[in-house]
Write a protein that binds this ligand. Sequence first.
Ligand SMILES: NC(=O)c1ccc[n+]([C@@H]2O[C@H](COP(=O)([O-])OP(=O)(O)OC[C@H]3O[C@@H](n4cnc5c(N)ncnc54)[C@H](O)[C@@H]3O)[C@@H](O)[C@H]2O)c1
Length: 435
Amino acid sequence: MHIAVIGTGYVGLVSGAGLADFGLTVTCVDKDKEKIEILKKGIVPFYEPGLEDLVKKNLKAGRLRFTHKLEEAVKNSLVIFICVGTPSNFDGSADLSQIKEVALSLAEIIDDYKVIVTKSTVPIGTNRWIKSLIDTYKKVQVEVDVISNPEFLREGSAVEDFMHPDRVIIGGESSHALAIIKDIYRPLYLAETPFIITNLETAELIKYASNAFLALKISFINEIANFCEKVGADVTVVAKGIGLDPRIGSKFLNPGPGFGGSCLPKDVKALIHQGKTLGSPFKILEAVWEVNEKQKLKAIEKLEALLGELNNKTIGILGLSFKPNTSDVRESPSLVIVSVLLEKGAKVKVYDPVAMEEFKKNIGNLEITYSSNPLECATSVDALLILTEWNEFRFLDLTQIKKVMKKPIIIDMRNIYEPSTVKNLGFVYSGVGRL
Ligand SMILES: NC(=O)c1ccc[n+]([C@@H]2O[C@H](COP(=O)([O-])OP(=O)(O)OC[C@H]3O[C@@H](n4cnc5c(N)ncnc54)[C@H](O)[C@@H]3O)[C@@H](O)[C@H]2O)c1
């Protein structure tokens, strides 16, 4: 079976390479010509563990191809996966311009029955809108079915998540199209992955409700952490204690500098917007959002509590990506924290193992010192701030680090160190939600 995948970002490239690895013939298309030229050489233009090997393997086997011409990808394909971006509009709603552009282009070129599968995260009702756009503008009167198949992969473990998902959600109305998609995912079905076959709206909402719930868990534990600091409790033990209740679960109960990334913030905003528009407001998500915005400033509050005015102080930052194992800095708390530090007149040094290029692109041309390792980043700083829990930060030579710092202050917004260990080395140490 031939498949086209439109958009070769995190979702499109992982899905394209993953489907090719299932044995299907996949053509990935992206309008970014430069990206396609790089991909044709088997190089992945962002950091995602295991992805480059998967791309190279399937390119070599001839099951995976790349093109920047939509027609070339769509012509022989029965199934077309839409994996383009759905970023936020200014008012928080999802910007569907990339989806619309794809639907209108498909209407121009489709000349045979096609199943259009939306993997992008899209507001409830979007799949029906895609079908109506194609049906209205199609040049050749052929049948088109739409399927909602939201993606749940996590950056940093995207390949593993695609190959071994917790569940596969498929929403649609045409039994013929549903059967085709189920067949595509047969290798997962045989591996006993749970499948949920439902209608379009339910499938679309499952994706938003999942991300909203994860965001809720993070904001909840961040508020508990802040309360812990007031009363002398230890949030890591509280999280363990509540997480042992299977109704709560232990995952996603790690306090930190606030959630970021390309999905949680935009999806929470989009669901809040949809709720408001439809007269069914999500009060709880509005609070989740507010708590998260405040949490991003927690690191600044902690620095000011220990250093006073930040003007002319030098702060070293370890970790810029919104989580480890990715170069993605979209909506990363580091962007807000660095901007506020600079506004307050502080000097900022940063280090991240893979995300510094992306960070530069996102934050723009500001006066920031980019260091080539943690020790260089710690040199002559008044405080060191840990923002991402990269493994390489868990075993820093703290004795050496203390020697090069101006003041021995560590603010660990990921709780990667045991407070007593760091304090015994002579540091002033502040984690999140524990003394
Ligand atoms: N990144 C994640 O972890 C993740 C996880 C689950 C779901 N999602 C959802 O999947 C969607 C894609 O996310 P992403 O992170 O992969 O986005 P991305 O921005 O990394 O990639 C999107 C790609 O689509 C391409 N594109 C845009 N318009 C196009 C067009 N008309 N024709 C061809 N290519 C086009 C862009 O050039 C880009 O390469 C979003 O809706 C997102 O919410 C993302």
